[in-house]
Design a protein around this ligand. Structure first.
Ligand code: 8YV
Length: 308
């Protein structure tokens, strides 16, 4: 008998076809009445397929008495109730490593776009303002600037190695000093933000980092400062950030993540000094394919008794 799997959020089409051939899939994501579907199949479900975005909450976990595995696509697992899984010995898998390059590329893209006004300058050219009003105002170079990275995990380190050739000074903060890393460790986030011209948020989401980039940290970064967030919206006090971007107390921002996705705070739409990306850092064919394949591989390993 094929194991029965609840699809809370789908995988890429190629890998969904593979899953469909190997398992009995129940499409919670497509069900007109998901509760009715659960009432019918919940006892038989042994694994869930989901994404970092959709996750799996305590209530859903509680409704699946025989759940053994949650296979998620995404490095972040802040949307999955880990304590509820741990309590019942439910295995949770994510997809680190394969998305590191794309997410780090996105951080650099947002950084350059925000600092060099890519979006505003594009508009300046297209509108004919260049011809009418003359050269675009001068902007600020990367070389010699101070770049602070919040969270020097795999993604933070990939961002640092991409930024280094552009010539900024680099320092980082996090729970611990990373062994074998040359960049300066600054244990205090406030001190790092005060020192930095640019702060890139690359830490994990969840309760531990909720609101870490507070009004005070934003004000330390200051009017010439740039905030880049490719981590989770929850890490930044978005209300404080929007207020600071509006008043000029924060110079600029480049954002891939928000409090309320995909219906972000409309106040952000109006901010000229902000570059917005639709939580799309890992969204290339190659990376999403590799993430989806890891989900398939983790399911196969689990059901064959191999390490996930
Ligand atoms: C996606 C992400 O949102 O990996 C993560 O944690 O934020 C992204 O890759 C995602 O989980 C898509 O499946």
């Amino acid at each position: 008998m094929k194991p029965e799997i609840l699809v809370v959020a789908p995988n890429q089409p190629t890998q969904m076809a593979v899953l469909d051939a190997s398992y009995n899939l129940h499409r919670y994501d497509l069900a007109p009445d998901p509760q009715a579907l659960l009432a019918e199949v919940s006892d038989r479900i042994v694994a869930v397929v989901t994404t970092g975005g959709r996750g799996l909450n305590a209530e859903q976990i509680g409704q699946l008495p025989n759940l053994q595995l949650v296979a998620s696509s995404g490095v972040g697992y802040d949307t999955i109730d880990i304590p509820a899984c741990s309590e019942r010995g439910i295995v949770v898998t994510n997809t680190p490593d394969v998305l590191t390059d794309d997410v780090a590329d996105t951080a650099i893209m947002l950084l350059l776009a925000a600092r060099r006004h890519l979006v505003q300058a594009d508009r300046y050219v297209r509108s004919g303002d260049w011809g009418r009003n003359g050269p675009y105002p001068l902007l600020s170079a990367m070389r010699g600037k101070r770049l602070g990275i919040v969270g020097l995990g795999r993604i933070g380190q990939a961002i640092a190695s991409r930024a280094a050739p552009m010539g900024p000074e680099i320092a980082y903060t996090g729970r611990i000093r990373k062994p074998g890393v040359d960049h300066r460790f600054e244990p205090d986030l406030k001190t790092l933000a005060n020192w930095a011209d640019i702060l890139i948020v690359a830490t994990s989401g969840g309760a531990d980092t909720q609101g870490l980039i507070s009004a005070q940290i934003i004000s330390e970064l200051g009017p010439q400062g740039t905030l880049i967030n490719i981590a989770r919206g929850s890490v930044v006090d978005e209300t404080a950030m929007i207020a600071a971007l509006k008043s000029g107390d924060l110079g600029s921002a480049g954002l891939d993540v928000y409090w309320n996705e995909p219906n972000i705070d409309p106040a952000l739409w109006l901010l000229e000094n902000t570059v917005l990306y639709p939580h799309h850092a890992s969204a290339t064919f190659e990376t999403r394919g590799a993430m989806a394949q890891l989900v398939v591989d983790n399911l196969a390993a689990f059901f064959q008794g191999r390490p996930v």
